[in-house]
Design a protein around this ligand. Structure first.
Ligand code: AMP
Length: 278
């Protein structure tokens, strides 16, 4: 596996591996990330991963400085799953004045849900992905359903600026107790980790209710809140909502595929989870 540390390294590698399959990450890799690499592997295309903790998607008070970083371990894990190259760019090269980013104007839905709690987050994500997509000219990019609103943002970014790039959204990888794998799980105490299974339990029982025939989104949302508020380890429910899976708009009925989204805080740690209702 090639380790690329500069734009020069990347450009040289791309000459021999044009239009790769691309998996962007912020490192602290786990099985969730590695499942994206596995999905990206095929005979025709090389797989490029990136590891970059993007300062622009963290608000000043957020966990940018303490976000876990372990280049050696990440490289080892990526190599073991057959990644062809990993790009560890510097902040200077990604946000170089020589190559200014366009001013991106995101649709209003990115000011809701995660965007309401973290107002600058999605612009930061869109900017770094714009740069990565521009640099790599990937044939296809791979993202996890785990960050559902982010997948909707990526689809918007591709449709508006990179129509030649395809998107594959990969299923959520979970721990044995159902907790969605996340780099932030490392911050949880053993008790919080145990308690955090309430998120997936709530979503799975919601899906059961839906499959049994409950079709009132407000009733289903109330059930999610009821279930979550029984867990005393949850300091705050940021949201527990049902939205249109394509547009993320609120829904009054289930004419289109819906997604149930939860964000909740266990102490200082915010955890996200979601499930498609179909
Ligand atoms: P991050 O490093 O948190 O920016 O995540 C990089 C990519 O891995 C994103 O597309 C995430 O949605 C994806 N990812 C993170 N956790 C999981 C998971 N548990 N299952 C599947 N994909 C995941």
């Amino acid at each position: 596996m090639k380790i690329l540390r500069s734009l020069t390294d990347l450009k040289k590698w791309l000459l021999e591996n044009p239009n790769p399959h691309f998996v962007p990450t912020m490192g602290a890799l786990h099985e969730g990330h590695l499942s994206l690499v596995s999905a990206a592997k095929n005979k025709e295309k090389s797989v490029l991963a990136s590891v970059f903790v993007n300062p622009r998607q963290f608000a000043p008070h957020q966990d940018f400085n303490r976000y876990p970083r372990d280049e050696k371990k990440d490289s080892e894990l990526l190599k073991n799953v057959g990644t062809d190259a990993v790009f560890f760019p510097s902040e200077q090269e990604i946000y170089s004045n020589k190559c200014p980013l366009p001013s991106l104007s995101l649709p209003p839905v990115f000011g809701e849900l995660e965007g309401k709690i973290r107002p600058t987050h999605f612009l930061g994500v869109a900017e770094v992905l714009f740069r990565f997509f521009q640099l790599t000219e990937a044939a296809k990019v791979f993202f996890g359903q785990k960050d559902f609103q982010q997948t909707v943002l990526v689809r918007w970014l591709l449709e508006t600026h990179f129509p030649k790039i395809a998107l594959e959204v990969c299923p959520i990888i979970r721990e044995q107790n159902g907790l969605a794998r996340s780099s932030r799980n490392e911050y949880l105490t053993p008790e919080q980790r145990e308690a955090a299974q309430i998120l997936s339990q709530t979503l799975f029982s919601l899906q059961e209710e839906f499959q049994k025939g409950e079709r009132n989104p407000r009733v289903l949302e109330a059930k999610m809140h009821q279930n979550l508020s029984r867990e005393s380890a949850i300091k705050m429910i940021d949201y527990a909502e049902i939205r249109n899976a394509k547009t993320l708009e609120k829904m009054e009925n289930f004419d289109e595929v819906a997604v149930a989204l939860i964000a909740a805080r266990f102490g200082e740690v915010r955890l996200l989870d979601n499930i498609l209702l179909k």
